[in-house]
Design a binder for this molecule. Structure first.
Ligand SMILES: Cc1cc2nc3c(=O)[nH]c(=O)nc-3n(C[C@H](O)[C@H](O)[C@H](O)COP(=O)(O)O)c2cc1C
Length: 188
């Protein structure tokens, strides 16, 4: 498979699991092959925030990995991908990535994405922010990552939570150059 059609998606344990599922849905619609890793805390938020089972979530991706499987394809730079989106991204996962700490498959795959100079988009979700959080965001930005907190754009006058989530997920895919049809855009 052409690496440019492969997307790695990480779901960590910040609130907003729905951002991850919407990225998976839009990526599938756009014809991408998705490679998913969900942390144990991500599975907890899935259970808290949605009616999806772990199996339902897995069915939304083409390939699913266990977080402990640090020998999986996405742990190597030789496995070509278009990049990676972590949605939502917890502060713990942000910190691990910012400090090149590949302690599980999600953080390893993110580190590989950075070292291969591919796009890494982190939908970091926490509020308010400490200086430690901000420093981790700075560090990951210095390494080439993109910090994209899932903050709604009200100028598009969203009517539903779904519209807000879809717009953010679509903008994250935009950053990887993925064409998301019908994404509302200012001026269009
Ligand atoms: C319901 C719930 C909501 C949470 N929301 C957040 C959050 O918004 N941001 C965050 O950084 N951590 C949040 N946490 C805490 C993380 O899940 C926790 O720090 C965990 O160790 C993250 O692990 P991970 O990065 O491996 O997924 C939340 C935990 C739970 C159970």
């Amino acid at each position: 498979m052409d690496g440019t059609r492969r997307l790695v998606v990480g779901i960590s344990g910040a609130t907003g699991l729905v951002y991850g599922t919407r990225v998976l849905e839009l990526a599938r619609k756009a014809g991408l092959e998705t490679h998913l890793v969900v942390t144990p805390a991500g599975q907890q938020t899935r259970a808290h925030e949605t009616d999806l089972t772990a199996r339902d979530l897995a069915a939304m991706a083409d390939v699913v990995y266990r977080p402990a499987d640090i020998g999986a394809a996405i742990a190597s730079g030789s496995f070509r991908t278009a990049g990676m989106i972590v949605a939502p991204c917890s502060i713990r996962t942000l910190s691990a990535i910012a400090h090149s700490n590949g302690d599980n498959l999600l953080t390893r795959a993110a580190d590989v994405t950075l070292k291969e100079r591919r796009r890494l988009v982190l939908l970091v979700r926490e509020t308010p922010l400490t200086l430690g959080h901000l420093r981790a965001m700075t560090a990951v930005t210095e390494c080439g990552g993109i910090v994209m907190p899932p903050v709604p754009a009200f100028y598009l006058r969203p009517r539903t939570v779904d519209e807000i989530v879809e717009h953010t997920a679509g903008r994250a895919l935009d950053l990887l150059g993925v064409d998301v049809p019908d994404l509302p855009r200012w001026g269009e």
